[in-house]
Structure formats: C-alpha cells, structure tokens
Ligand binder design. Structure first.
Ligand code: FAD
Length: 358
C-alpha cells in the first residue's frame, strides 16, 4: 500500500525502527538526477529517481508547491506514485500568483510570460487546458525622462511574441494542484531538514502553529529556488560541497522583484495608439511598464516593475502609490490617474518564506 507516514515530533521514527538499517549514508548518497531542471533538484536514495511503488510504503515527498513542485507531483501521480507536496505558504503556486476578484480582470503579481519556443510549458498548458494569448504590443512606446518630461517613440515593446495565460499564470499551478489526488498538497508546512534513514528519507518540517512535523519518504524532490534550499534545509548526510556551492551561487530569478498592478475600466492607452509599454530613465518609481489587460480587452490593466532603489522601496506604501500614479499620468494621460484598483507585491518582503535577493 502506498501511504504517507506523518507523525508528530515526539512520535518521529516510531514504527520505522524495524526497517533494515542499510549502509551508513554518506554525502555520496545524494544524487542529482540526470534531467533535473534548474529549478528542480532531485535528491534520491541511490536506487534511482522515481519509486512509483515504494517497497517501504512511504510516499514520494515533494518540497515546494510552486510550478516545479506541482509539475513533478503531477507527473509522478500520473505514473501511479503516491505523492505528497509540502508547501510553506498558505497557498500553492509559488511565484505564480494571480489576483482574481470582483475588482476586474485577473492580474499577475508574480510571473506573467512564457515564450513560444518553450515546448514544455506549451505542452503543460495544452494538457491542462490553459489557453494562452499574445502579449499586446501594438502601438508606440513611452519614455519617462523624469523632470525633463516624456517622449513617445515608434518602438515596439520588447515583449512581442511573449505569451500570457488566460486567467493569469497561476492558472497552471491551480490546475496542476486540482489534478492531484485530494489531500496531496499540504499547506503551511515548512520543511527544515531532510535526513536519510536506512532506505527511507525522514523529512522534518514546521507546521502553521510552529509545531514539529515529520514525514517518511521513499524519495524527496526539493523544488525550491536552489539558494533557498541551501540556506534553509539541513541535509543529513551533508550535500556534496560542489552541489552546496552551486545552490548558494544560483540567484533566485526575480527574487528581488516588486510589482504594481493597476486595473482600469478599459485599456484607454490603446485608443491613443500606445502599446502600454513604457521605460523610465529615472525609474521613479516604476522602471518598466507593460499592458496587462485580459485577452478579450473587456477591461484594462497595466503592470510595472518598481526600481530597486531603496528610497522607493522603503517609502510608505501610500507615498509609493501616489508617485506611481503621477508617473502613469505623465506617461498615459489623466485617465491613468484613477485605476479601479491598485495593488503591490514585493516578493522578498511579501513571501512567507523570504527569498534572498541578488
Ligand atoms: C514578479 C515576478 C515576475 C516573474 N516573471 C516571470 C515571467 O514573466 N516568466 C517566467 O518564465 N518567469 C517569471 N518569473 C519567475 C517564475 O515565477 C519562477 O521561475 C517560477 O515560478 C519558479 O517556480 P518554482 O516552482 O521553481 O519555484 P517557486 O515558485 O519559488 O516555488 C517554490 C515554493 O516552495 C515554497 N517553499 C519555500 N521554502 C519552503 C520550505 N522550506 N518548505 C516548503 N515549501 C517551501 C515556496 O513558498 C514556494 O511556493 C517571475 C517571478 C517573479 C517573482
């Protein structure tokens, strides 16, 4: 039978004591499996990467319910494996995060685009029935020169050809999670340690209320940003030093990003022959702006990346919003001053599990 062994801290290991001890683990116990993508480092006991039916009855544990972890879980579950995904935050999706509410169209506070040459994400979107559409790029671009004013240029947005998911990028994560057997994704469980014990792997975690949790796994897939893995999870035996160095040397993509998303009744800039793409020389406060309207353009939306300037990032949120509105008014006219909604997401500060920048 394939099942998850979860115990409280006190009971940790109980019922496992009769397992054969096996050879003493060393750092060479850990294998980085061939085919691991950058975001997914697969650690397994030496027999192989995937144990669809574990001889010990333990589940395949995946750490992190972002797109990588959920995809791994989906593939394993389809092959018949019993999977459990442990997620530190209160919701799945990781850096795909879409705000959908009655304020208007769905908007991405995290990842937005994929590209036509990315065949795996295309296949995933097709499999999950997530429709994609091209980023709107028709029209001129705006340049913000700060005190010197603005300039309009007949320049195409560099995002020409990029694809967006209908209902936002998180739709991919949501559909993956829904496709897993009920209860597979455990939220509010932050993994702190992964330890080989005989022929199983003991995963130690902290629950929402700070309580200790343990899970016995046949295989553990760590699907976290590599640097975060190195910084926050203790491995026993220790990981090989070459791998530790790679983990700490791999920056978390967009880990520093801070976004503002504005929703409007309509994409009024399009009627002015503007694509919604703008760049700011001063980066005060937004340094790059794009159209974020839905595929049917029934409503409008813009999003911008904030500058990394600490003065802007540390300013009170109200002051930052005020500055962003003034900037949008300069670039797109008075209609930009009054969005239906305004929202910010600072990934480092906004994450339940903080991502180191750089
Ligand atoms: C603002 C922004 C814009 C972006 N734009 C794009 C884009 O347009 N196109 C693109 O391709 N990419 C973009 N990215 C990057 C993209 O979002 C990521 O590469 C991708 O989502 C990574 O997925 P992942 O599953 O590997 O990691 P993550 O999404 O980071 O998932 C890791 C998960 O693990 C959880 N976790 C962390 N530590 C623990 C722990 N100890 N125990 C349990 N769970 C833990 C986290 O909470 C998270 O849910 C963007 C990112 C951001 C932030």
């Amino acid at each position: 039978m394939c099942c998850l062994h979860e115990t409280d801290h006190a009971a940790s290991g109980r019922g496992r004591q009769s397992l054969p001890a096996g050879p003493a683990p060393t750092s060479s116990t850990w294998k980085r499996c061939p085919g691991s993508s950058e975001g997914v480092v697969i650690f397994s006991v030496p027999e192989g990467c995937v144990h669809p039916q574990s001889p010990t009855g333990a589940a395949d544990v995946i750490v992190g319910a972002g797109l990588s972890g959920l995809t791994a879980a989906y593939i394993l579950a389809r092959s018949g494996a019993c999977v459990v995904v442990l997620e530190a935050r209160g919701h799945a999706g990781g850096r795909t995060l879409t705000r959908s509410d009655d304020q208007g169209p769905s908007v991405d506070l995290g990842a937005t685009w994929s590209w036509p040459h990315q065949t795996r994400i295309r296949h995933l979107a097709q499999t999950l029935g997530v429709a994609r559409f091209e980023q709107y790029v028709e029209g001129d671009a705006m340049l913000d020169l700060g005190p010197q004013g603005t300039e309009r240029h007949a320049v195409r947005s560099p995002m020409a050809g990029a694809l967006r998911s209908e209902h936002g990028a998180e739709a991919l994560s949501t559909r993956l999670a829904v496709a897993l057997p009920a209860g597979s994704v455990k939220l509010g469980v932050q993994v702190t340690a992964v330890q080989v014990q005989g022929d199983t792997v003991l995963v130690t975690a902290t629950g929402r209320a700070g309580e200790a949790k343990t899970f016995h796994a046949s295989v553990v897939i760590v699907a976290l940003p590599p640097r975060l893995t190195g910084q926050t999870i203790t491995f026993t035996p220790e990981l090989p030093s070459a791998l530790t160095q790679v983990l700490s040397a791999t920056p978390t993509w967009m880990g520093h990003a801070m976004k503002a998303v504005m929703r409007y009744d309509c994409a009024f800039w399009r009627a002015q022959g503007l694509s919604g793409f703008a760049v700011s020389y001063t980066g005060r406060p937004l340094q790059e702006i794009h159209d974020a309207s839905p595929a049917d353009a029934e409503a409008g939306a813009l999003f911008g990346f904030f500058t990394t300037h600490t003065g802007v990032r540390r300013a009170p949120a109200q002051e930052r919003q005020h500055q962003a509105m003034k900037q949008l008014g300069r670039l797109f006219g008075p209609a930009a001053l009054h969005p239906r909604s305004y929202e910010e997401m600072r990934w480092k500060a906004g994450a339940a599990v903080q991502y180191r920048t750089g």
